[in-house]
Design a protein around this ligand. Structure first.
Ligand SMILES: *[C@@H]1O[C@H](CO)[C@@H](O)[C@H](O)[C@H]1NC(C)=O
Ligand SMILES: *[C@@H]1O[C@H](CO)[C@@H](O)[C@H](O)[C@H]1NC(C)=O
Length: 396
């Protein structure tokens, strides 16, 4: 009999003096409540997509240290990852989180939110608890949500172009947009891709690989988890979230599981932010987003949703879904990736980089232990990554 009594506590966290300026209560606040609390001039904006989803954006239009944003600089749109929200960019607090650093340097910062997360549960004519509301993947986030937010920001500011920063699914949606609607390339000054998720063939998280193999339709996920809608019930969200450990943090249980499973690989995480994380991740997503990623893991393609031969033929006029044609991504892209990222593996990122026609830089993070969530959370992330991103945006 195997005894697992050694699996207690959080033995792998190196105790360091925390330099994050966050409070536990930030886990109970919304993004605008938090940014306001730290003295950032905050605005809430709404825009409706052409298919009726009402999206909420959070804007930092002034910083406590540098005042109102600089009109000479292009605005910045920041887009979160799977199950995330606008809060992803402010979790580690002032003086460290990227949204604050950009605001302090005079940027007009817009934090986007995708349909289905906690800030985007309204629709012009669909009820939030209907199957139709939840029938979307990141394909729709890329073809409807991101374009709607870009249009909104450029109209609000009367500027033709903006900076785009995406993490994980925030990059997937960008590549979907620029391949399907290539005219949006012209609206981008430069795109910063953090842990870009297009190819996922080398994903090496065993739990996720198992899920991808066994749950390859939204219906199979729903029936396994005992629900009959696309809408994720809270307990199902938790099951999916714990499956996504260490990618997703789901309460104390998941966080400690994460430390145990990753045995030392999370030395970059400051325990002080755990109560904040728990309050903001997961922020909601549809079942179809997971299933679509699972299909990419198995197929090795970056392509549209697979509905099965019969329905693919009806929808795409082809038995297999069409690939997203990366030749169409003409916007300049800077890629940042980590060697210990279990989801967006270096081999898949390098393949993406080779296929992008306008890649400006391919930056492998200098810390060999850098992983998928470190792009938002690592204690060192300001010095080792964000300063570099800010330099790369300068003068553009
Ligand atoms: C094809 O789509 C129809 C209508 O959405 C659905 O009822 C059917 O189950 C699908 N067929 C397969 C094989 O998935
Ligand atoms: C991809 O797009 C490029 C440029 O628009 C085009 O020349 C090429 O034929 C496309 N590839 C496929 C497989 O459709």
């Amino acid at each position: 009999m195997i005894k697992i009594h050694a699996l207690v506590a959080l033995p792998f966290v190196t105790q360091v003096v925390s330099h994050f300026l966050v409070d536990d209560e930030d886990g109970r606040f919304t993004t605008p409540q938090i940014t306001q609390k730290y003295g950032y001039q905050t605005e809430i904006h709404h825009t409706e997509t052409s298919d009726g989803y009402i999206l909420e954006m959070h804007r930092l239009s002034g910083s406590p240290s540098s005042g109102p944003f600089d009109r000479e600089k292009p605005p910045v749109l920041m887009m979160h990852g799977l199950m995330g929200s606008s809060a992803d960019w402010i979790l580690i607090g002032p003086q460290n989180a990227l949204a604050y650093l950009l605001s302090d340097r005079g940027y007009d910062v817009w934090l986007g939110n995708a349909r289905g997360n906690r800030y985007c549960r309204k629709h012009a004519y669909l009820d939030v608890d209907t199957r139709r509301f939840w029938d979307f993947s990141w394909h729709e986030i890329g073809t409807f949500d991101v374009p709607a937010m870009i249009d909104y920001v450029s109209e609000a500011r009367r500027v033709p172009k903006l900076h785009y920063i995406g993490h994980s699914q925030g990059t997937t949606a960008f590549f979907v947009m620029t391949t399907m609607l290539p005219q949006y390339n012209e609206k981008i000054v430069k795109m910063q891709a953090l842990a870009p998720a297009a190819y996922l063939y080398h994903l090496n998280n065993p739990v996720l690989r198992f899920l991808a193999t066994h749950l390859n339709t939204a219906e199979s996920v729903a029936s396994m988890l005992g629900i009959n809608q696309f809408m994720p019930a809270p307990n199902m969200m938790n099951q999916l979230a714990s499956a996504f450990c260490p990618y997703i943090f789901n309460g104390q249980y998941c966080v400690s599981t994460m430390f145990l499973l990753s045995a030392g690989k999370y030395q970059n995480l400051d325990p002080k932010i755990i109560p904040v994380l728990i309050g903001h991740i997961p922020a909601g997503a549809s079942v179809k987003q997971f299933v679509h990623y699972g299909q990419e893991v198995l197929s090795g393609h970056f392509r549209q949703f697979d509905y099965g031969v019969e329905n693919n033929t009806r929808i795409y006029r082809s038995p297999v879904p069409p690939d997203y044609n990366l030749t169409n991504v003409r916007a300049p892209v800077v890629i940042h990736y980590g060697l210990q990222d279990q989801l967006t593996r270096p081999a898949d990122v390098v393949r993406l980089a080779r296929e992008l026609p306008n890649l400006v830089e391919l930056n492998q993070h200098s810390d060999p232990s850098f992983n998928h969530m470190d792009f938002l959370l690592a204690t060192s992330v300001k010095d080792t990554l964000y300063n570099r991103i800010i330099d790369s945006m300068k003068g553009e």
